[in-house]
Design a protein around this ligand. Structure first.
Ligand code: UGA
Length: 460
């Protein structure tokens, strides 16, 4: 099998390396010549555990080739995947399809039915109806070509999580394919054969349903997160514990235990964008997607509420206080800052008069150039960020923060306040070191009782 993947971004690179690992010849194309030059040298421009080794191994074996233009491979390929970006449009909540359409036009120009029929597959997250519109676009630019004879267009959405994308690709919960054409189905089945062997359900449906499955999956998961965040607020008022609540809920197999971790709100390049896109699609079709709209609203409010919570526990004012923030990425094991709660919470703390010293295991370097973080002091380690701070705030649950010593924290902080917005730390451990611990959804949040400052514990 021979395939071309258009787009060497997150989805394109992970898919290229994983298909190559399954023994398929992959050409990964991106118009960014510098990116391709770096990839050819073995430099992977994104942070994804295991990806560099996988790409290197398969490039070395000659199964993974990078190029900066759509070349002859398209004519010979069994399938061409479109994995380019679909950002939210500036003027609306809808997805911007200009990169997808540009890729589709380029592919159309190079199709050559004399060398075999090609399946064009959309992997980018796209609005409902995109596969059909790509088919129309190909027909418009090459009227002599006939779908179902010379080419096909199918939808094959991805469900990769940043930080565990390779595992998600290699051992997915399911593979969704939108096509009603027997040839396209055969090609997709053959491509995914190594995964299907492991018992992965492979579902075939029409193209619109496949496209909708992607948007609704992310929106539903986002809804779970917003739901548990609201319940965390309720737990605080009722003196209940959201961790146990989530466990109790999740043990019901109809609900399931995952995506019920309360926190500062969801971020990333997918949930916020796809929830917006679903609302836009629904509106376009005259449907009121009220639950998804509420999910977005709850999430937006959540980030501001978390900044307010930090102020509340610090006796109502952070002015003149130094706050140590651990973790700024939207979740651990990524250097991605897109839509991260930190982008709202940190500027609000600064606007309230606080100074912020921050540390992130992967994003400290990128974060320095982010305008929202202007004024932040970037530390080289968690300890450096905490030194002489008046409070510690955990914004992202990186593993290395879980193993921080409570005694050491108590020694480094000027005031013994820990606001753990990911419930990542052990409250008992911290409390026994004399720290005031504030998690999320774990009892009522109140101002910290009069702070006895034990200068004797202060490090140099
Ligand atoms: C998400 C989906 O999980 C993938 O299946 C999908 O393929 C991907 O989007 C995409 O569309 O490309 P990702 O954005 O990498 O993956 O991140 P998630 O692990 O889903 O987390 C999203 C956000 O929700 C993060 O900010 C995370 O901290 C938050 N979250 C997640 C919670 O606050 N609580 C939870 O219990 C789970």
């Amino acid at each position: 099998m021979q395939i071309v993947i258009v787009g060497a971004g997150y989805v394109g690179l992970v898919s290229s390396a994983c298909f190559a690992e399954a023994g398929i010849d992959v050409t990964c194309v991106d118009s960014n010549a510098e990116r391709i030059r770096q990839l050819r040298k073995g430099h992977i421009p994104i942070f994804e555990p295991g990806l560099e080794e996988l790409a290197e191994r398969n490039a070395g074996a000659g199964r993974l080739v990078f190029r900066d233009d759509l070349g002859d491979e398209i004519a010979r390929a069994d399938a061409v995947f479109i994995a380019v970006g679909t950002p939210t449009r500036r003027d609306s909540q809808a997805a911007d399809l200009s990169f997808v359409n540009q890729a589709a036009r380029g592919i159309a120009e190079r199709l050559d039915p004399t060398q075999g029929r090609t399946v064009i597959v959309t992997k980018s997250t796209v609005p409902v109806g995109t596969a059909s519109s790509i088919e129309q676009l190909v027909i418009a630019s090459r009227p002599e070509l006939m779908p179902g004879r010379d080419f096909d267009v199918a939808s094959n959405p991805e469900f990769l999580r940043e930080g565990s994308a390779i595992e998600d690709f290699m051992r997915p919960d399911r593979v969704i394919c939108g096509t009603e054409d027997a040839h396209a189905e055969r090609v997709l089945r053959e491509l995914y054969a190594p995964l299907i062997v492991r018992g992965t359900p492979m579902m075939f449906t029409d193209r619109a349903t496949a496209e909708l499955i992607k948007l609704t999956s992310n929106s539903f998961l986002a809804m779970k997160v917003s739901f548990i965040n609201e319940m965390a607020d309720l737990c605080e008022q009722c003196n209940a514990d959201v961790q146990d609540l989530a466990r109790g809920l999740g043990l019901d197999q109809r609900i399931g235990p995952r995506f019920l971790r309360a926190g500062p709100g969801f971020g990333g390049s997918c949930f916020p964008k796809d929830a917006d896109a679903l609302v836009a699609v629904a509106r376009e079709h005259g449907v009121d997607a009220q639950l998804v709209e509420a999910t977005i609203r709850v999430n937006d409010g959540r980030k501001h509420a978390m900044a307010e919570r930090i102020r509340a526990v610090m006796e109502g004012s952070v002015a003149g206080k130094r706050i140590a923030v651990l973790g700024v990425t939207f979740k651990p094991n990524t250097d991605d800052l897109r839509e991260a709660p930190s982008l709202v919470i940190i500027p609000e703390l600064i606007a309230m008069g606080a100074s912020v010293s921050a540390y992130d295991p992967a994003a400290s370097a990128n974060a320095r150039t982010v305008p929202a973080f202007r004024g932040v002091l970037w530390a080289e380690s968690a300890e450096e960020a905490m030194r002489r701070a008046d409070a510690l705030v955990v914004l992202t649950e990186w593993d290395e923060f879980r193993s921080l010593s409570a005694q050491r924290m108590a020694a480094l902080l000027r005031e013994p306040i820990v606001v753990d917005l990911r419930n990542a730390l052990d409250p008992q451990d911290l409390q026994s070191a004399g720290l005031h611990y504030y998690g999320v959804g774990r009892g009522r949040v109140q101002p910290t009782p009069a702070l006895g400052i034990d200068r004797g514990r202060m490090p140099d």
